[in-house]
Design a protein around this ligand. Structure first.
Ligand SMILES: Nc1ncnc2c1ncn2[C@@H]1O[C@H](COP(=O)(O)OP(=O)(O)OP(=O)(O)O)[C@@H](O)[C@H]1O
Ligand SMILES: CC(=O)N[C@H]1[C@@H]2OC[C@@H](O2)[C@@H](O)[C@@H]1O[C@H](C)C(=O)O
Length: 371
């Protein structure tokens, strides 16, 4: 076999790290992959942000004030160091043994995608160099900047991994992979046809904020409150008038695009929760309508909310499944995706596509830090 061929087929044990928009903690997962196919799933771990993630919330506020106007505020470094420390702890708990490469998403603290012909800005806190040096393996980070600089939305990036998962599980037909995290997003897969993807709208983000405001807890455990209430369809129709929903797909969102709480005064805890669960489900179903999937596979924390799952079922024709129904790990999937994307990056393979982020051609991305 030629040297080039050996290089091409090199398999990596890749460790991916993702801290999502919910500001709750860090997921880490190991997979074996050559950047095209998945060969094996390895260990996973999820750790909570210490001190309720206060330093991350502060960093988000600082970034939202700054908005890339002028030099980065020094105080962002405090958030970045905190993010590095939590990820180092996650890797420490998971174990670095046999790991060839790390994919470090970092914490998104600001994300403004391209709009009306203007390029966007995106910032994920976290130093790939710190992790590469600490653990002695290459670390790929800053996955979204190249896409945004090329006029793309900078997200979602998981679609190419969703397609690899479908191949791994030998799933046939038209498949929608839905992620319901703080924000929701979908990948539409039809064999090897070009990928289509977009962020759909709110995931659990507004519901979490509502629960914190009215329910005194972080989220609606098992959809208990959402299941008890009635949705206010008029309010939802009003929320769909927002700019985000008028933008063409693919579009990407920031959790703060769906800040509807000011329009919920007077609602009971249960009715508010039901309305936000329905807002989430309906925003997803709108982006599935034209594709008519046979199967809709749901990952992310929202799959644990039966109100969201039930409403998704009601508003779509496809078969609504949970990631676990097809043998996937719905909590570790995003971390696995960044392990996969890290390997694609070192191999020079594209990670975003015209149909997934709106870039003009398939694009590589990510920065490689070496130990
Ligand atoms: N048992 C549960 N019952 C109800 N909801 C749950 C449950 N577990 C998790 N969730 C919801 O899922 C959210 C976390 O989802 P997830 O971890 O997928 O988000 P994330 O990865 O931070 O977000 P994103 O994908 O937008 O980056 C929680 O904030 C909560 O709303
Ligand atoms: C800017 C950013 O961090 N976006 C995240 C977020 O979380 C869900 C959704 O919004 C998705 O667009 C993206 O993450 C996933 C992993 C992605 O890029 O595919």
């Amino acid at each position: 076999m030629s040297k080039a061929k050996v290089m091409e087929s090199k398999r990596y044990m890749a460790l991916g790290l993702m801290s999502g928009t919910s500001l709750d903690g860090v997921d880490a997962a190991v997979i074996e992959t050559d950047g095209e196919e998945i060969f094996r799933f390895g260990r996973t771990i999820c750790i909570d942000f210490p001190d309720d993630g206060g330093a991350v919330k502060d960093a988000v506020k600082i970034a939202l004030n700054w908005r890339f106007n002028g030099p980065p505020p020094n105080k962002l470094q405090i958030g970045s160091d905190y993010i590095d420390a939590v990820h180092i702890e996650a890797i420490g708990s998971l174990g670095i043994e046999n790991v060839d490469i790390i994919g470090y998403h970092g914490q998104t603290v600001f994300h403004q995608p391209a709009q009306n012909g203007e390029k966007g800005q995106t910032l994920q806190l976290g130093s790939g160099q710190t992790l590469a040096t600490k653990f002695g393996v290459p670390c790929v980070y800053d996955f979204r900047t190249a896409d945004v600089k090329a006029g793309g939305q900078g997200a979602p990036l998981a679609p190419i991994y969703h397609q690899a998962l479908c191949r791994y599980s030998q799933l046939k037909g038209r498949i929608a992979v839905v992620n319901i995290g703080g924000v929701s997003n979908v990948t539409l897969i039809d064999g090897n046809k070009p990928l289509i993807a977009t962020d759909c709208g709110p995931g659990n983000g507004p519901l979490d904020s509502w629960m914190e405001l009215k329910g005194g807890r972080n989220y609606d455990l098992a959809g208990e409150q959402s299941m008890k209430g009635h949705s206010d369809l008029k309010r939802i129709a009003r929320w769909f008038e927002r700019d985000f929903f008028k933008r063409p797909t693919p579009r990407s969102a920031d959790r703060y695009d769906f800040d509807v709480l000011a329009d919920m005064r007077g609602m009971s805890l249960e009715n508010g929760a039901a309305t936000l669960a329905s807002f989430c489900a309906q925003s997803i179903s709108r982006d599935l309508r034209a594709f008519t999937p046979d199967n809709i596979i749901v990952c992310g924390g929202g799959r644990h909310n039966p109100a969201i799952m039930g409403m998704l079922d009601m508003h779509t024709d496809g078969n609504v499944l949970s990631a676990e129904d097809v043998g996937w790990d719905g909590d570790a999937l995003e971390a696995q995706a960044f392990a996969y994307l890290a390997v694609r990056t070192v191999k020079g393979l594209p990670i975003s596509f015209p149909g997934t982020t709106g870039v003009p051609y398939p694009m590589t991305g990510g920065v490689v830090a070496r130990p």
